[in-house]
Design a protein around this ligand. Structure first.
Ligand code: MG
Ligand code: ZN
Length: 358
């Protein structure tokens, strides 16, 4: 008798240990708003650079939860930004170059399409063209990241409520002669091509502030990324059913491709300060989940010693391309705890999906 009871207790204990825990069962809090921040090409050395080269403490250190993701794509061990962003936006692994399509080029639903059905508003901010691979995966479906005009044509009728970035030429100086600025106004958008200024009366707001890319942080971009993010938050947080927003530090990757440490580090510090502003909002708001990660690492960047001088850092690169190293994930706010651990890039989408409020 005693033996049976003990055995039952032991079995129960074993069962409870092995049980798969879902967010519902552990009563993980669900956020009202979700902000996904992607530092394109940002591996651990890039993030570490903020601690050595920043003038203020790095905002990355403010996150209570960290994880790591494997970033491979379906076609290659080393992903590009298109497959990387499709993994985040749609929860699938696909081929390098794919924008919101599966390996057989069929369209896959993205996070923006999903959350807009729930009444959430949506925003996109990038320092590249808004048609560039990373932001494109959140509103477009295309066989190739190179089809900028095809991607641009999908933005006016998408479920995006706010966007800011560059790429004006793909809307108004097109090879097909169309002027998509007209399509925007037909679909309720007010577009500013000159400056980042609030448009409180606009139904939807878009900012296309340069022909191709925003200037480098080193060359006068100012606080565009932070200011646009705060402008978006101001607008979108008025929505009763919450919002989803993706903010990209696009050019950290470009500094890596160029093997240009000052370019990379200045872009990283700009992204870091934007993270700070977003965290300040999230701390006050209390209902916002902030997830910061990267699509992949770029440049095989390291913070090497300068020869035998262990008190001097010589930023060093090992490739002009991307690398296969895992990249960190940082999370803050309701539901943040489910982002700890080591998992695939596409899981970011599925984790966010389980946290969406019914
Ligand atoms: Mg990008
Ligand atoms: Zn890249």
């Amino acid at each position: 008798m005693k033996k049976t009871v003990l055995l039952t207790v032991a079995v129960l204990a074993l069962l409870s240990c092995n049980k798969i825990v879902t967010p519902e069962e552990t009563e993980v809090k669900k956020p009202k708003n979700i902000i996904l921040m992607i530092g394109d090409g940002t591996g651990l050395s890039q993030i570490s650079a903020a601690q050595y080269f920043g003038k203020t403490p790095s905002n990355y250190t403010r996150f209570p939860i960290t994880g790591l993701i494997n970033t491979s794509s379906e076609s290659d061990l080393i992903t590009d930004s298109a497959a990387g962003a499709t993994a985040f936006a749609s929860g699938i692994r696909t081929y390098n170059g794919a924008i919101g399509v599966d390996v057989d080029t069929t369209k896959v639903q993205n996070m923006v399409e999903l959350v807009s059905q729930k009444g959430m508003q949506t925003g996109l901010i990038a320092t590249s063209s808004i048609t560039h691979a990373t932001p494109a995966c959140f509103f477009a479906h295309s066989k190739s990241r190179d089809f900028h005009e095809e991607i641009a044509a999908q933005l006016p009728t998408s479920e995006i409520n706010f966007f800011a970035g560059a790429g004006l030429q793909y809307f108004n100086k097109r090879e097909d002669g169309k002027n998509l600025l007209d399509d925007f106004s037909e679909n309720g958008f007010s577009i500013d091509t000159l400056k980042l200024e609030a448009m409180p009366n606009a139904k939807k707001a878009g900012y296309l502030l340069a022909d191709k890319s925003m200037p480098k942080a080193m060359e006068g971009r100012g606080n565009f990324l932070k200011d646009a993010s705060l402008l978006a938050v101001q607008r979108l947080s008025q929505n009763e059913k919450g919002f989803f927003m993706m903010v990209e530090g696009s050019q950290i990757d470009w500094g890596g491709h160029d093997n240009d440490a000052p370019y990379l580090i200045s872009e990283l510090l700009d992204f870091d300060s934007t993270i700070g502003a977003i965290l300040d909002f999230a701390e006050k708001n209390g209902e916002t989940l902030v997830v910061v990660t990267a699509d992949h690492e770029t440049g095989g960047f390291t913070l090497a010693s300068d020869g035998d001088d262990y008190n001097s850092i010589q930023p060093t690169f090992s490739t002009h391309g991307h690398s296969a190293t895992m990249v960190p994930v940082f999370a803050y706010g309701p539901g943040a705890e489910i982002f700890s651990g080591i998992y695939k890039n596409s899981e970011i989408f599925h984790k966010i999906k389980t946290l969406l409020q019914e």
